[in-house]
Design a protein around this ligand. Structure first.
Ligand SMILES: Cc1cc2nc3c(=O)[nH]c(=O)nc-3n(C[C@H](O)[C@H](O)[C@H](O)COP(=O)(O)O)c2cc1C
Ligand SMILES: CCCCC(=O)C(=O)O
Length: 361
């Protein structure tokens, strides 16, 4: 029987992957408090269903940066999809396209930007980290534009890599056959060797990520590209206002799936203050702990335009390649439509804060 929940797909994925790769995918930083809290926050909300509403058609489509998403879901940027399946990002792209979802390809994609774009049939964005080697970034931006990427997403919560204790214990390094093929191998060498008490990922970031990045640097990206700019990793009203002041086109409310600052606000808890601080024309997306269609409904009701899912896409990819990612997205769609119907809110426009109450116990 097909899995009935994402948790079922998660269990199957665990059986497929080596313990080191499983820990890299599932793990958070520090005591994993933020990782756990991302999930727990969804349980703090109760739905306030309305009766006697015609719900014969439930339509979860939304507009995002000029495109229509049939499903208000994107696949969060994740490094190295080939860690969990030999097809990697092209399989993810095909599945996202079929489901009407967005794919955010990562700067550390293990397939070329051009191959991913060729496989994509829906909206596609490229995620960037602020590399010291700015000419490598400039080259990626140029390639992304030429290949038809629709937006650039800059991740701003990772001036260095969080203390991911599982990876440190495992001495995690990216296996040599899996490569960030869009970057010069010399730039990526550190990722493939774990130093004493470190991980390849952490070493690589120490060497290559530029922690001097500030708001003033956004102009550099703007000068090189006319693509919309999205910031990922905004958790406060202050930063939301600054993003708006700097002409950012959208933000992702995110703590990087609990992998960066442990103890940081759960993403869902930060969402209302960010939404309230942004002018209405700048959408906020949310990621971290979204594991069901009901979770998506909660995020939309609190003002998110769409959500991103990270780990669940890897569970699907690990268990069934393109079809597995498709299964994850189809399940999310079924659950979301089901929630909208029983909640008496058949369109996304009906999903507002009146749909929720604090869980009463
Ligand atoms: C294995 C893995 C790799 C990731 N790689 C990146 C990355 O390269 N760039 C980035 O901005 N975020 C990265 N993230 C964070 C995701 O984009 C996203 O913020 C997070 O996974 C959302 O939480 P969720 O996994 O609970 O859905 C990664 C997350 C995971 C699990
Ligand atoms: C240097 C690769 C970082 C990938 C990442 O962002 C993550 O694992 O969360």
């Amino acid at each position: 029987m097909a899995p009935l929940t994402l948790a079922g797909i998660e269990r199957a994925a665990r059986d497929q992957l080596s313990p080191e790769i499983w820990d890299f995918v599932e793990g958070g930083s520090g005591a994993e408090r933020t990782l756990a809290a991302n999930r727990e926050m969804f349980g703090r909300h109760a739905f306030r269903p309305r009766a006697l509403v015609d719900v014969s058609v439930c339509a979860p489509a939304v507009d995002l940066l000029g495109a229509t998403l049939q499903l208000p879901v994107g696949i969060a940027p994740m490094a190295y999809h080939r860690l969990v399946h030999p097809d990697g990002e092209t399989a993810t792209a095909r599945a996202a396209g079929k489901a009407g979802a967005l794919l955010v390809a990562g700067i550390f994609a293990s397939r070329t930007l051009e191959d991913i774009a060729a496989a994509a049939t829906g909206p596609l964005w490229l995620q960037l980290y602020w590399l010291r080697r700015r000419e490598a970034l400039a080259a990626l931006v140029e390639r992304a534009e030429a290949a038809g990427y629709a937006a650039l997403l800059l991740t701003v919560d990772a001036p260095r890599i969080g203390r991911r204790l599982r990876d440190l214990r495992n001495g995690f390094a990216v296996p040599p056959e899996i490569r960030a093929v869009n970057l010069d191998p010399a730039l990526m060498a550190a990722s493939h060797h774990a130093g004493q008490g470190s991980s390849g990922i952490a070493e690589h970031a120490r060497e290559q990520f530029d922690p001097t990045l500030t708001w003033a640097d956004l102009a550099w990206l703007r000068e090189r590209s006319r693509l919309p700019l999205v910031l990922k990793g905004v958790l406060t009203a202050e930063d939301a206002r600054r993003a708006a002041d700097h002409g950012v086109d959208a933000v992702v409310v995110s703590n990087h799936g609990g992998r960066q600052l442990d103890g940081a606000l759960p993403a869902l808890a930060a969402l209302p203050e960010v939404v309230d601080a942004l002018p209405p024309h700048i959408p906020a997306l949310l990621d971290g702990g979204v594991r069901s269609g009901a979770d998506i409904a909660v995020a939309l009701a609190l003002g998110a335009r769409a959500v991103l899912v990270g780990r669940p896409a890897f569970w699907g990819l690990a268990t069934g390649g393109e079809a597995g990612v498709g299964q994850v997205l189809d399940l999310l769609r079924d659950e979301l439509e089901h929630t909208m119907a029983l909640l008496g809110r058949p369109s996304v426009a009906d999903l507002d804060r009146t749909a929720l109450a604090p869980w009463p116990v």
